[in-house]
Design a protein around this ligand. Structure first.
Ligand code: NAG
Ligand code: NAG
Ligand code: NAG
Ligand code: NAG
Ligand code: NAG
Ligand code: NAG
Ligand code: NAG
Length: 403
Protein backbone atom coordinates (compact mmCIF):
# COMPACT_ATOMS: atom_id res chain seq x y z
CA UNK A 1 0.00 0.00 0.00
CA UNK A 2 2.94 2.29 0.62
CA UNK A 3 3.72 2.35 -3.08
CA UNK A 4 0.18 3.10 -4.09
CA UNK A 5 -0.26 5.99 -1.70
CA UNK A 6 3.07 7.56 -2.56
CA UNK A 7 2.05 7.61 -6.21
CA UNK A 8 -0.75 10.06 -5.68
CA UNK A 9 1.88 12.73 -4.95
CA UNK A 10 2.92 12.67 -8.59
CA UNK A 11 1.11 14.21 -11.50
CA UNK A 12 0.60 12.71 -14.94
CA UNK A 13 3.42 14.86 -16.24
CA UNK A 14 5.84 13.41 -13.71
CA UNK A 15 5.06 9.75 -13.10
CA UNK A 16 6.95 8.02 -10.34
CA UNK A 17 10.31 7.02 -11.74
CA UNK A 18 10.97 3.34 -11.27
CA UNK A 19 14.42 2.29 -10.18
CA UNK A 20 16.48 2.17 -13.36
CA UNK A 21 16.91 -1.30 -14.77
CA UNK A 22 20.39 -2.47 -15.69
CA UNK A 23 20.82 -1.55 -19.39
CA UNK A 24 22.81 -4.59 -20.45
CA UNK A 25 20.38 -6.95 -18.71
CA UNK A 26 17.59 -5.15 -20.54
CA UNK A 27 19.41 -5.54 -23.87
CA UNK A 28 19.71 -9.27 -23.26
CA UNK A 29 16.03 -9.67 -22.37
CA UNK A 30 14.91 -7.63 -25.41
CA UNK A 31 17.05 -9.82 -27.65
CA UNK A 32 15.84 -13.07 -26.11
CA UNK A 33 12.22 -11.91 -26.19
CA UNK A 34 12.34 -10.42 -29.70
CA UNK A 35 10.48 -13.30 -31.40
CA UNK A 36 7.47 -12.46 -29.22
CA UNK A 37 8.02 -8.78 -28.48
CA UNK A 38 9.10 -7.68 -31.94
CA UNK A 39 11.54 -4.82 -32.36
CA UNK A 40 11.05 -1.85 -30.06
CA UNK A 41 10.56 1.46 -31.84
CA UNK A 42 9.75 4.71 -30.12
CA UNK A 43 6.15 5.43 -31.12
CA UNK A 44 4.56 8.79 -30.52
CA UNK A 45 1.29 7.93 -32.18
CA UNK A 46 -1.91 9.03 -30.49
CA UNK A 47 -2.88 5.49 -29.59
CA UNK A 48 0.49 4.65 -28.05
CA UNK A 49 -0.40 6.84 -25.07
CA UNK A 50 -4.18 7.11 -25.16
CA UNK A 51 -4.41 6.93 -21.36
CA UNK A 52 -2.51 10.20 -21.02
CA UNK A 53 -5.65 12.25 -21.56
CA UNK A 54 -7.64 10.47 -18.83
CA UNK A 55 -7.95 11.56 -15.24
CA UNK A 56 -5.76 9.97 -12.56
CA UNK A 57 -8.84 9.37 -10.42
CA UNK A 58 -10.51 7.09 -12.99
CA UNK A 59 -10.95 3.57 -11.61
CA UNK A 60 -9.64 0.89 -13.98
CA UNK A 61 -13.12 -0.68 -13.89
CA UNK A 62 -14.52 2.50 -15.42
CA UNK A 63 -12.38 2.35 -18.55
CA UNK A 64 -12.90 0.87 -21.98
CA UNK A 65 -9.75 -1.18 -22.62
CA UNK A 66 -8.89 -2.86 -25.92
CA UNK A 67 -6.73 -5.95 -25.65
CA UNK A 68 -5.67 -9.19 -27.24
CA UNK A 69 -6.54 -12.83 -26.64
CA UNK A 70 -3.59 -15.28 -26.71
CA UNK A 71 -1.41 -12.25 -27.20
CA UNK A 72 1.91 -13.79 -28.23
CA UNK A 73 0.92 -16.10 -31.09
CA UNK A 74 1.68 -13.77 -34.01
CA UNK A 75 4.69 -15.69 -35.38
CA UNK A 76 3.29 -19.22 -35.26
CA UNK A 77 3.70 -20.59 -38.76
CA UNK A 78 2.84 -23.62 -40.82
CA UNK A 79 0.13 -26.10 -40.03
CA UNK A 80 0.11 -25.23 -36.32
CA UNK A 81 -0.91 -21.67 -37.15
CA UNK A 82 -4.36 -22.73 -38.35
CA UNK A 83 -5.65 -23.17 -34.81
CA UNK A 84 -2.82 -21.72 -32.70
CA UNK A 85 -2.26 -18.32 -34.30
CA UNK A 86 -4.64 -15.66 -33.00
CA UNK A 87 -2.67 -12.45 -33.54
CA UNK A 88 -0.93 -10.70 -36.40
CA UNK A 89 1.42 -8.32 -34.57
CA UNK A 90 4.16 -8.78 -31.95
CA UNK A 91 3.65 -7.35 -28.46
CA UNK A 92 5.36 -3.96 -28.92
CA UNK A 93 3.21 -3.17 -31.94
CA UNK A 94 0.04 -4.24 -30.12
CA UNK A 95 0.88 -1.88 -27.27
CA UNK A 96 1.76 0.94 -29.67
CA UNK A 97 -1.59 0.34 -31.38
CA UNK A 98 -3.39 0.82 -28.05
CA UNK A 99 -3.90 -2.68 -26.60
CA UNK A 100 -3.76 -2.47 -22.79
CA UNK A 101 -4.85 -5.96 -21.74
CA UNK A 102 -2.59 -8.86 -22.70
CA UNK A 103 -3.25 -12.54 -22.29
CA UNK A 104 -0.14 -14.64 -21.55
CA UNK A 105 -0.23 -18.42 -21.44
CA UNK A 106 2.70 -20.10 -19.75
CA UNK A 107 4.15 -23.42 -18.69
CA UNK A 108 7.25 -24.81 -17.05
CA UNK A 109 9.69 -26.26 -19.55
CA UNK A 110 12.96 -27.77 -18.33
CA UNK A 111 13.01 -25.42 -15.38
CA UNK A 112 12.19 -22.31 -17.43
CA UNK A 113 8.85 -20.45 -17.59
CA UNK A 114 8.01 -20.19 -21.26
CA UNK A 115 5.12 -19.01 -23.42
CA UNK A 116 2.50 -21.35 -24.81
CA UNK A 117 -0.85 -21.53 -26.52
CA UNK A 118 -2.34 -24.70 -25.01
CA UNK A 119 0.58 -27.15 -25.22
CA UNK A 120 2.20 -25.39 -28.21
CA UNK A 121 5.49 -23.72 -27.26
CA UNK A 122 5.42 -20.30 -28.94
CA UNK A 123 9.18 -19.81 -29.08
CA UNK A 124 11.92 -22.32 -28.24
CA UNK A 125 14.01 -19.96 -26.12
CA UNK A 126 12.01 -16.85 -25.09
CA UNK A 127 11.00 -16.82 -21.42
CA UNK A 128 8.31 -15.06 -19.41
CA UNK A 129 10.98 -12.88 -17.79
CA UNK A 130 11.98 -11.61 -21.26
CA UNK A 131 8.39 -10.64 -22.00
CA UNK A 132 8.09 -8.90 -18.62
CA UNK A 133 11.28 -6.90 -19.18
CA UNK A 134 10.00 -5.97 -22.63
CA UNK A 135 6.89 -4.66 -20.93
CA UNK A 136 8.98 -2.61 -18.48
CA UNK A 137 10.93 -1.18 -21.42
CA UNK A 138 7.72 -0.18 -23.17
CA UNK A 139 6.25 1.30 -19.96
CA UNK A 140 9.41 3.36 -19.44
CA UNK A 141 8.79 4.86 -22.89
CA UNK A 142 5.04 5.33 -22.18
CA UNK A 143 4.87 6.23 -18.48
CA UNK A 144 1.26 7.45 -18.65
CA UNK A 145 0.01 3.98 -19.56
CA UNK A 146 -0.91 0.84 -17.65
CA UNK A 147 -1.29 -2.71 -18.97
CA UNK A 148 -3.40 -5.45 -17.43
CA UNK A 149 -1.44 -8.71 -17.72
CA UNK A 150 -3.44 -11.91 -17.50
CA UNK A 151 -1.28 -14.95 -16.77
CA UNK A 152 -2.65 -18.46 -17.17
CA UNK A 153 -0.80 -21.78 -16.86
CA UNK A 154 -1.78 -23.45 -20.13
CA UNK A 155 0.36 -26.55 -19.94
CA UNK A 156 1.68 -28.77 -17.12
CA UNK A 157 0.98 -28.41 -13.43
CA UNK A 158 1.07 -25.30 -11.30
CA UNK A 159 3.78 -26.35 -8.87
CA UNK A 160 5.08 -24.47 -5.85
CA UNK A 161 8.28 -23.88 -7.83
CA UNK A 162 6.30 -22.24 -10.61
CA UNK A 163 4.26 -20.12 -8.21
CA UNK A 164 7.44 -19.00 -6.42
CA UNK A 165 9.16 -18.15 -9.70
CA UNK A 166 6.26 -16.00 -10.88
CA UNK A 167 5.92 -14.42 -7.46
CA UNK A 168 9.59 -13.46 -7.53
CA UNK A 169 9.19 -12.09 -11.07
CA UNK A 170 6.48 -9.63 -9.99
CA UNK A 171 7.76 -8.69 -6.52
CA UNK A 172 11.55 -8.87 -6.87
CA UNK A 173 13.71 -5.73 -6.63
CA UNK A 174 13.80 -5.08 -10.39
CA UNK A 175 10.08 -5.71 -10.82
CA UNK A 176 8.40 -4.29 -7.75
CA UNK A 177 8.01 -0.75 -9.14
CA UNK A 178 6.58 -2.09 -12.41
CA UNK A 179 3.69 -4.06 -10.88
CA UNK A 180 0.77 -2.80 -8.86
CA UNK A 181 1.43 -4.57 -5.52
CA UNK A 182 -2.21 -4.99 -4.57
CA UNK A 183 -5.04 -7.51 -4.80
CA UNK A 184 -7.66 -4.97 -5.84
CA UNK A 185 -7.93 -2.81 -8.94
CA UNK A 186 -6.19 0.56 -8.65
CA UNK A 187 -7.13 3.91 -10.11
CA UNK A 188 -5.43 4.85 -13.36
CA UNK A 189 -3.19 7.29 -11.49
CA UNK A 190 -1.99 4.53 -9.17
CA UNK A 191 -1.35 2.20 -12.12
CA UNK A 192 0.47 4.45 -14.60
CA UNK A 193 3.91 3.17 -15.61
CA UNK A 194 2.98 -0.23 -14.10
CA UNK A 195 1.41 -3.51 -15.03
CA UNK A 196 -1.61 -4.98 -13.23
CA UNK A 197 -1.43 -8.74 -12.71
CA UNK A 198 -4.63 -10.71 -13.34
CA UNK A 199 -3.84 -14.17 -12.01
CA UNK A 200 -5.54 -17.20 -13.51
CA UNK A 201 -3.47 -19.27 -11.07
CA UNK A 202 -3.28 -19.19 -7.29
CA UNK A 203 -0.42 -18.49 -4.92
CA UNK A 204 -1.87 -21.09 -2.55
CA UNK A 205 1.34 -23.17 -2.54
CA UNK A 206 3.19 -20.18 -1.06
CA UNK A 207 1.52 -19.99 2.36
CA UNK A 208 3.74 -17.20 3.70
CA UNK A 209 3.70 -14.93 0.63
CA UNK A 210 1.62 -11.75 0.66
CA UNK A 211 -0.64 -12.18 -2.38
CA UNK A 212 -0.25 -9.81 -5.31
CA UNK A 213 -2.57 -9.30 -8.26
CA UNK A 214 -6.25 -9.74 -9.02
CA UNK A 215 -7.11 -13.33 -8.10
CA UNK A 216 -9.08 -14.98 -10.92
CA UNK A 217 -7.70 -18.43 -10.09
CA UNK A 218 -10.98 -20.09 -9.23
CA UNK A 219 -14.38 -19.86 -10.84
CA UNK A 220 -13.25 -19.30 -14.44
CA UNK A 221 -16.11 -21.16 -16.11
CA UNK A 222 -14.90 -22.96 -19.22
CA UNK A 223 -16.41 -21.91 -22.55
CA UNK A 224 -19.09 -19.85 -20.82
CA UNK A 225 -20.91 -16.86 -22.27
CA UNK A 226 -21.50 -15.15 -18.93
CA UNK A 227 -20.07 -15.76 -15.49
CA UNK A 228 -18.69 -13.83 -12.55
CA UNK A 229 -15.52 -14.17 -10.45
CA UNK A 230 -15.40 -12.41 -7.09
CA UNK A 231 -12.01 -11.02 -6.05
CA UNK A 232 -10.53 -8.97 -3.24
CA UNK A 233 -12.26 -8.74 0.11
CA UNK A 234 -15.38 -6.70 -0.62
CA UNK A 235 -18.08 -7.04 -3.24
CA UNK A 236 -15.75 -6.70 -6.24
CA UNK A 237 -16.24 -9.12 -9.10
CA UNK A 238 -15.17 -9.60 -12.70
CA UNK A 239 -17.96 -10.13 -15.24
CA UNK A 240 -16.66 -12.34 -18.03
CA UNK A 241 -17.80 -13.54 -21.45
CA UNK A 242 -15.47 -16.33 -22.63
CA UNK A 243 -17.47 -18.52 -25.01
CA UNK A 244 -14.66 -19.73 -27.26
CA UNK A 245 -15.80 -23.03 -28.84
CA UNK A 246 -18.97 -21.97 -30.55
CA UNK A 247 -21.64 -24.17 -32.06
CA UNK A 248 -23.43 -23.41 -35.30
CA UNK A 249 -24.73 -24.82 -38.54
CA UNK A 250 -22.51 -22.69 -40.82
CA UNK A 251 -19.68 -20.19 -40.62
CA UNK A 252 -22.18 -17.34 -40.52
CA UNK A 253 -24.22 -19.09 -37.82
CA UNK A 254 -21.13 -19.61 -35.64
CA UNK A 255 -20.21 -15.95 -36.01
CA UNK A 256 -23.76 -14.91 -35.17
CA UNK A 257 -23.82 -17.14 -32.10
CA UNK A 258 -20.53 -15.70 -30.88
CA UNK A 259 -21.62 -12.13 -31.55
CA UNK A 260 -24.85 -12.79 -29.62
CA UNK A 261 -22.73 -13.63 -26.55
CA UNK A 262 -20.47 -10.59 -27.13
CA UNK A 263 -23.32 -8.12 -27.58
CA UNK A 264 -25.33 -9.51 -24.64
CA UNK A 265 -22.31 -9.05 -22.39
CA UNK A 266 -21.52 -5.59 -23.73
CA UNK A 267 -25.18 -4.66 -23.22
CA UNK A 268 -24.65 -5.24 -19.49
CA UNK A 269 -21.22 -3.56 -19.45
CA UNK A 270 -22.69 -0.43 -21.05
CA UNK A 271 -25.80 -0.39 -18.84
CA UNK A 272 -25.97 1.26 -15.44
CA UNK A 273 -26.30 -2.08 -13.64
CA UNK A 274 -22.69 -2.63 -12.51
CA UNK A 275 -20.87 0.67 -13.02
CA UNK A 276 -18.04 -0.20 -10.61
CA UNK A 277 -17.22 -3.73 -11.74
CA UNK A 278 -14.69 -4.97 -14.29
CA UNK A 279 -16.09 -6.44 -17.49
CA UNK A 280 -14.06 -8.69 -19.80
CA UNK A 281 -15.49 -9.61 -23.19
CA UNK A 282 -13.64 -12.07 -25.43
CA UNK A 283 -14.54 -11.38 -29.07
CA UNK A 284 -12.24 -14.29 -29.97
CA UNK A 285 -13.14 -17.93 -30.54
CA UNK A 286 -13.39 -20.77 -33.00
CA UNK A 287 -15.66 -23.73 -33.70
CA UNK A 288 -14.16 -27.14 -33.26
CA UNK A 289 -12.03 -27.83 -36.30
CA UNK A 290 -14.46 -26.14 -38.67
CA UNK A 291 -13.99 -22.42 -38.01
CA UNK A 292 -10.52 -21.12 -37.14
CA UNK A 293 -9.77 -18.10 -34.93
CA UNK A 294 -9.07 -16.13 -38.12
CA UNK A 295 -12.32 -17.32 -39.71
CA UNK A 296 -14.32 -16.26 -36.67
CA UNK A 297 -12.55 -12.90 -36.39
CA UNK A 298 -12.74 -11.94 -40.05
CA UNK A 299 -15.51 -14.08 -41.51
CA UNK A 300 -15.12 -15.67 -44.88
CA UNK A 301 -15.17 -12.62 -47.08
CA UNK A 302 -17.36 -9.55 -47.30
CA UNK A 303 -20.54 -11.64 -47.57
CA UNK A 304 -19.94 -13.03 -44.07
CA UNK A 305 -18.68 -10.32 -41.72
CA UNK A 306 -16.57 -11.68 -38.88
CA UNK A 307 -16.95 -11.17 -35.14
CA UNK A 308 -14.50 -8.25 -35.30
CA UNK A 309 -16.53 -6.30 -37.85
CA UNK A 310 -19.80 -6.98 -36.03
CA UNK A 311 -18.28 -5.88 -32.74
CA UNK A 312 -16.81 -2.80 -34.42
CA UNK A 313 -20.30 -1.73 -35.49
CA UNK A 314 -21.62 -2.37 -32.00
CA UNK A 315 -18.88 -0.29 -30.37
CA UNK A 316 -19.28 2.59 -32.81
CA UNK A 317 -23.04 2.51 -32.24
CA UNK A 318 -22.56 2.91 -28.49
CA UNK A 319 -19.80 5.50 -28.70
CA UNK A 320 -19.16 7.06 -25.29
CA UNK A 321 -20.16 4.00 -23.27
CA UNK A 322 -18.05 2.10 -20.77
CA UNK A 323 -17.27 -1.20 -22.53
CA UNK A 324 -14.75 -2.62 -20.06
CA UNK A 325 -12.02 -4.86 -21.45
CA UNK A 326 -12.68 -6.01 -25.03
CA UNK A 327 -10.30 -8.72 -26.28
CA UNK A 328 -9.77 -9.29 -29.99
CA UNK A 329 -8.03 -11.87 -32.13
CA UNK A 330 -6.16 -10.39 -35.13
CA UNK A 331 -6.32 -6.92 -33.61
CA UNK A 332 -4.01 -5.61 -36.33
CA UNK A 333 -6.32 -6.60 -39.15
CA UNK A 334 -8.62 -3.60 -38.74
CA UNK A 335 -7.19 -0.34 -37.47
CA UNK A 336 -10.66 0.79 -36.32
CA UNK A 337 -11.02 -1.80 -33.54
CA UNK A 338 -8.97 0.10 -30.94
CA UNK A 339 -10.34 3.61 -31.68
CA UNK A 340 -13.93 2.30 -31.63
CA UNK A 341 -13.31 0.65 -28.23
CA UNK A 342 -11.99 4.03 -27.04
CA UNK A 343 -15.04 5.89 -28.44
CA UNK A 344 -12.89 7.73 -30.98
CA UNK A 345 -14.49 8.38 -34.37
CA UNK A 346 -14.27 5.60 -36.98
CA UNK A 347 -15.52 5.35 -40.56
CA UNK A 348 -17.76 2.29 -40.76
CA UNK A 349 -18.29 2.70 -44.49
CA UNK A 350 -14.59 2.30 -45.30
CA UNK A 351 -12.94 -1.03 -46.09
CA UNK A 352 -10.85 -2.47 -43.24
CA UNK A 353 -7.25 -1.27 -43.23
CA UNK A 354 -4.63 -3.02 -41.18
CA UNK A 355 -2.70 -1.29 -38.43
CA UNK A 356 0.47 0.18 -39.88
CA UNK A 357 3.97 -0.17 -38.53
CA UNK A 358 4.76 2.55 -36.00
CA UNK A 359 6.36 5.71 -37.27
CA UNK A 360 8.17 8.33 -35.26
CA UNK A 361 5.77 11.09 -36.25
CA UNK A 362 2.63 9.28 -37.31
CA UNK A 363 -0.51 10.14 -35.42
CA UNK A 364 -3.02 7.87 -37.03
CA UNK A 365 -1.36 4.47 -37.22
CA UNK A 366 -3.72 3.66 -40.05
CA UNK A 367 -1.81 4.46 -43.18
CA UNK A 368 -1.23 1.10 -44.80
CA UNK A 369 -3.79 -0.72 -46.82
CA UNK A 370 -4.64 -4.15 -45.60
CA UNK A 371 -2.65 -6.84 -47.37
CA UNK A 372 -4.93 -9.33 -49.11
CA UNK A 373 -3.15 -12.19 -47.35
CA UNK A 374 -4.41 -10.96 -43.98
CA UNK A 375 -7.97 -11.46 -45.15
CA UNK A 376 -9.49 -14.84 -45.17
CA UNK A 377 -7.40 -16.19 -48.04
CA UNK A 378 -4.83 -17.34 -45.49
CA UNK A 379 -7.41 -18.76 -43.12
CA UNK A 380 -8.01 -22.40 -42.47
CA UNK A 381 -11.39 -21.74 -44.04
CA UNK A 382 -9.68 -21.25 -47.35
CA UNK A 383 -8.30 -24.75 -47.23
CA UNK A 384 -10.42 -27.68 -48.28
CA UNK A 385 -12.08 -28.79 -45.07
CA UNK A 386 -10.84 -32.33 -45.59
CA UNK A 387 -7.28 -31.05 -45.76
CA UNK A 388 -7.68 -29.23 -42.47
CA UNK A 389 -9.10 -32.37 -40.94
CA UNK A 390 -6.21 -34.46 -42.22
CA UNK A 391 -3.48 -32.19 -41.07
CA UNK A 392 -4.86 -31.77 -37.58
CA UNK A 393 -5.60 -35.47 -37.38
CA UNK A 394 -9.29 -35.40 -36.57
CA UNK A 395 -12.20 -37.24 -38.04
CA UNK A 396 -14.49 -35.68 -40.62
CA UNK A 397 -17.57 -36.25 -38.52
CA UNK A 398 -17.77 -32.77 -37.02
CA UNK A 399 -17.15 -31.08 -40.30
CA UNK A 400 -19.51 -33.15 -42.35
CA UNK A 401 -22.33 -32.25 -40.02
CA UNK A 402 -21.12 -28.69 -40.20
CA UNK A 403 -21.00 -27.76 -43.83
C1 NAG B 1 9.34 -16.41 -36.53
O1 NAG B 1 9.51 -17.79 -36.40
C2 NAG B 1 10.45 -18.34 -37.29
C3 NAG B 1 10.48 -19.84 -37.09
O2 NAG B 1 9.22 -20.35 -37.37
C4 NAG B 1 11.83 -17.76 -37.04
O3 NAG B 1 12.75 -18.25 -37.97
C5 NAG B 1 11.74 -16.25 -37.15
O4 NAG B 1 12.97 -15.68 -36.78
C6 NAG B 1 10.65 -15.71 -36.25
N1 NAG B 1 10.47 -14.28 -36.50
C7 NAG B 1 10.81 -13.37 -35.61
C8 NAG B 1 10.62 -11.96 -36.01
O5 NAG B 1 11.27 -13.66 -34.55
C1 NAG C 1 -6.22 11.02 -29.67
O1 NAG C 1 -7.15 11.36 -30.68
C2 NAG C 1 -8.49 11.37 -30.23
C3 NAG C 1 -9.42 11.54 -31.41
O2 NAG C 1 -8.86 12.32 -32.40
C4 NAG C 1 -8.65 12.44 -29.16
O3 NAG C 1 -9.97 12.42 -28.71
C5 NAG C 1 -7.70 12.13 -28.01
O4 NAG C 1 -7.76 13.15 -27.04
C6 NAG C 1 -6.27 12.00 -28.50
N1 NAG C 1 -5.50 11.49 -27.39
C7 NAG C 1 -4.26 11.89 -27.15
C8 NAG C 1 -3.59 11.25 -25.98
O5 NAG C 1 -3.69 12.72 -27.82
C1 NAG D 1 -16.70 6.79 -15.36
O1 NAG D 1 -16.75 7.05 -16.76
C2 NAG D 1 -17.80 7.89 -17.16
C3 NAG D 1 -17.74 8.03 -18.66
O2 NAG D 1 -17.71 6.78 -19.27
C4 NAG D 1 -17.66 9.25 -16.49
O3 NAG D 1 -18.75 10.03 -16.83
C5 NAG D 1 -17.58 9.05 -14.98
O4 NAG D 1 -17.31 10.29 -14.38
C6 NAG D 1 -16.49 8.09 -14.62
N1 NAG D 1 -16.51 7.82 -13.20
C7 NAG D 1 -15.42 7.90 -12.47
C8 NAG D 1 -15.60 7.61 -11.02
O5 NAG D 1 -14.34 8.21 -12.95
C1 NAG E 1 0.63 -33.19 -12.80
O1 NAG E 1 0.20 -33.68 -11.54
C2 NAG E 1 -0.47 -34.91 -11.63
C3 NAG E 1 -1.03 -35.27 -10.26
O2 NAG E 1 -0.30 -34.66 -9.25
C4 NAG E 1 0.48 -35.97 -12.16
O3 NAG E 1 -0.18 -37.19 -12.27
C5 NAG E 1 0.99 -35.53 -13.52
O4 NAG E 1 1.96 -36.43 -13.99
C6 NAG E 1 1.59 -34.15 -13.47
N1 NAG E 1 1.88 -33.69 -14.81
C7 NAG E 1 3.04 -33.18 -15.16
C8 NAG E 1 3.16 -32.73 -16.59
O5 NAG E 1 3.96 -33.06 -14.38
C1 NAG F 1 -21.98 -20.40 -17.02
O1 NAG F 1 -21.78 -19.80 -15.77
C2 NAG F 1 -23.00 -19.52 -15.12
C3 NAG F 1 -22.66 -18.71 -13.89
O2 NAG F 1 -21.76 -19.41 -13.10
C4 NAG F 1 -23.72 -20.80 -14.80
O3 NAG F 1 -24.94 -20.52 -14.18
C5 NAG F 1 -23.96 -21.55 -16.09
O4 NAG F 1 -24.51 -22.79 -15.82
C6 NAG F 1 -22.69 -21.72 -16.86
N1 NAG F 1 -23.00 -22.26 -18.18
C7 NAG F 1 -22.31 -23.25 -18.71
C8 NAG F 1 -22.74 -23.68 -20.07
O5 NAG F 1 -21.39 -23.79 -18.13
C1 NAG G 1 -22.48 -27.40 -28.51
O1 NAG G 1 -23.23 -28.50 -28.89
C2 NAG G 1 -22.95 -29.69 -28.13
C3 NAG G 1 -23.70 -30.83 -28.78
O2 NAG G 1 -25.06 -30.51 -28.89
C4 NAG G 1 -23.32 -29.45 -26.69
O3 NAG G 1 -23.01 -30.59 -25.92
C5 NAG G 1 -22.54 -28.26 -26.15
O4 NAG G 1 -22.95 -27.96 -24.85
C6 NAG G 1 -22.75 -27.05 -27.03
N1 NAG G 1 -21.84 -26.01 -26.60
C7 NAG G 1 -22.24 -24.77 -26.37
C8 NAG G 1 -21.18 -23.85 -25.91
O5 NAG G 1 -23.38 -24.40 -26.52
C1 NAG H 1 -19.07 -18.13 -46.49
O1 NAG H 1 -19.89 -18.96 -45.67
C2 NAG H 1 -21.23 -19.06 -46.11
C3 NAG H 1 -21.98 -19.91 -45.12
O2 NAG H 1 -21.73 -19.53 -43.83
C4 NAG H 1 -21.28 -19.66 -47.49
O3 NAG H 1 -22.61 -19.66 -47.92
C5 NAG H 1 -20.43 -18.82 -48.43
O4 NAG H 1 -20.36 -19.48 -49.67
C6 NAG H 1 -19.03 -18.68 -47.89
N1 NAG H 1 -18.27 -17.76 -48.74
C7 NAG H 1 -17.15 -18.10 -49.28
C8 NAG H 1 -16.46 -17.04 -50.07
O5 NAG H 1 -16.67 -19.22 -49.14
Amino acid sequence: MRLLSSLSLFSIALPLAAAALDPSTMTNHLAAGAPLLGAFEQSTSNLSSWMSSLSDSTPIQNLSIPGTHDTLTWNVSGIASIFTKTQDMPLFRQLDAGARFIDLRIGENNGLIQLYHASFLLDPTAQLVDVFWGLYHWLDAHPTETVIVSVKVDTGNTTATLEQAIYDLVTGPDAVDYWVQSTTLPTLGQARHKAILLRRFAFTLLPTATPVGIDASSGWSDNNATFTIPYGTGSDAIYIEDLYDINGTSVADVINNKFAAVSAHLDVATSTTYPNQLFITFVSGSSGTAVTPLGLAEGNGTTTPGANLKTLSYLAGKKGSRFGVVLFDYIGSDSRLVPATLSQPVDLSAAPRSVSAPTATGTTGTTSTRPPSSNWASSGLALPHQAVALVVGVTFATMLSFF
